[in-house]
Design a protein around this ligand. Structure first.
Ligand SMILES: Nc1ncnc2c1ncn2[C@@H]1O[C@H](COP(=O)(O)OP(=O)(O)O)[C@@H](O)[C@H]1O
Ligand SMILES: CC(=O)OP(=O)(O)O
Ligand SMILES: [Mg+2]
Length: 415
């Protein structure tokens, strides 16, 4: 049986990451990862990211897919993929899946259902769905599968996922904590369990996915028992352009037309001025003028006051979650795990966080923290401390491809 191609597309708030995998019908991912990140106009494709500025903004998602497809099919190193029809499955990271608790095959009904949820993930769902549409047009033979960022958090206990509001309204409008970055947390859980030689069912970790969007997750016995994002990815930690949690009344004092539909709203994105401000005009961008936390960290240590404040705010908020989750785990913590662009690359941030939670039994090996290396999971903790500190190169595309390869035959059938 010949190998089949899975394309995994991860539309984050600041990037579109694409990876190509091949698998055999037995459900095993084989050769790859030919893990490729693309940069438009650059034929040197490895470890490059497709940047939004290189794509026609009016047609960003379709243009992105067209570009990805062209580059992949023309890539001489990728002999398995010469034509759009060679792709068997396209996996899409869809941030908000509402009540879906497992991956679904995209058809008209699922598409419309997810479209209706777009308001709850204003930086994400609409873009991902545009890509689904583009794949449907350009690669009509491929099966599109949506993987949901909130599915990993279906194990949240009632007291964690329930907001203290009228429960009739909550149930009717499905207002609860969903949590996100679940593909990443699923990857982290299995990668850390295998690194520690443990069954995932016995793994207790505090995981931090710190990227453009940032969140924390409390994982007990391999399952999510709490996470910092909520009904939408806005809650919890601040991010590149997101405020994170704040007093819900704040917005009424910020601007008088907070509840009105924003000018930036399109037919696919019904967001109010309030949502626009808190999702797109806050966070690191509002505090410092840049969304690049690498730059913010560097400048903070050079004495730039705005960057120092942004850096300290992040450390302060992260510390709160680590402390709370440590208590939730009753101190039985296998490791504190840093992941996501900032978690993986931000040695200064890791140092500052671990220093704040040192009283809980975490310590860093300075040399390992400065250069953790390229392996999927790396230990950066200091000998003699109670708990491990790890860096995990998380990979949402690999997680989707793995789940896709396992459930491939079932996912092809109409649901
Ligand atoms: N050296 C660095 N130190 C700290 N943060 C960094 C560094 N390099 C990149 N980053 C941050 O990583 C973030 C991107 O993380 P990533 O997980 O790829 O985001 P997303 O998937 O949300 O697009 C960027 O906001 C950037 O600021
Ligand atoms: C859920 C979320 O915030 O995702 P990202 O960090 O990729 O924007
Ligand atoms: Mg991301």
């Amino acid at each position: 049986m010949s190998n089949k191609i899975i394309l995994a597309i991860n539309a984050g708030s600041s990037s579109v990451k694409t990876s190509v995998f091949s698998y055999t019908s037995g459900g095993r991912l084989t050769a790859p990862p030919a893990t490729l990140k693309y940069d438009r106009g650059d034929k040197h494709i490895k470890d490059k990211e497709l940047s939004e500025s290189d794509i026609d903004p009016k047609n960003a998602q379709e243009g992105a897919y067209e570009y990805i497809l062209k580059t992949l099919t023309e890539d001489e190193g990728l002999t398995e993929l010469k034509h759009a029809d060679d792709i068997e499955f396209v996996c899409h990271r869809v941030v908000h899946g509402g009540d879906y608790d497992k991956p679904v095959r995209m058809d008209k009904d699922t598409y419309e259902h997810l479209e209706a949820l777009s308001d709850l993930a204003p930086l994400h769902n609409a873009g991902a769905l545009e890509i689904v549409k583009a794949v449907h047009e350009k690669s009509p033979k491929a099966t599109n599968i949506a993987f949901f960022d909130n599915a990993f958090h279906q194990t949240l206990p009632a007291a964690t996922r329930t907001y203290a509001i009228d429960q009739d309204v909550a149930k009717k409008n499905k207002l609860r904590k969903y949590g996100f970055h679940g593909l990443s947390y699923a990857f982290i859980t299995s990668a850390v369990a295998s690194h520690l030689n443990k069954s995932a069912d016995d793994l207790n970790i505090i995981a931090l996915h710190l990227g453009s969007g940032a969140s924390a997750c409390c994982i007990q016995g391999g399952k999510s028992i709490d996470t910092s994002m909520g009904l939408t990815p806005l809650a919890g930690l601040p991010g590149a352009t997101r405020s994170g949690s704040l007093d819900p009344s704040l917005i009424f004092h910020f601007t008088h037309d907070a509840g009105k539909l924003s000018h930036g709203s399109s037919k696919d994105l019904h967001i109010t001025t309030a949502e626009e401000i808190l999702n797109k005009k806050s966070g690191w961008k509002a505090l410092t003028g840049t969304t690049d936390f690498g730059v913010i960290s560097k400048k903070a240590f050079e004495g730039d006051e705005k960057c120092k404040l942004a850096f300290d705010i992040f450390i302060n908020r992260i510390t709160d979650f680590v402390a709370a989750y440590y208590v939730k785990l009753g101190g039985k913590v296998d490791a504190l795990v840093f992941a996501g662009g900032i978690g993986e690359k931000g040695s200064q941030l890791r140092e500052a966080v671990v220093e704040k939670v040192a009283c809980l039994g975490f310590g860093l090996d300075a040399a390992k923290n400065a250069k953790p290396g390229e392996q999927v999971v790396v230990e950066i903790g200091k000998e003699g401390f109670n708990h491990k500190v790890l860096v995990c190169q998380t990979d949402e595309q690999t997680e989707m491809a793995r789940q896709c390869a396992i459930g491939a035959e079932q996912l092809k059938r109409p649901s």
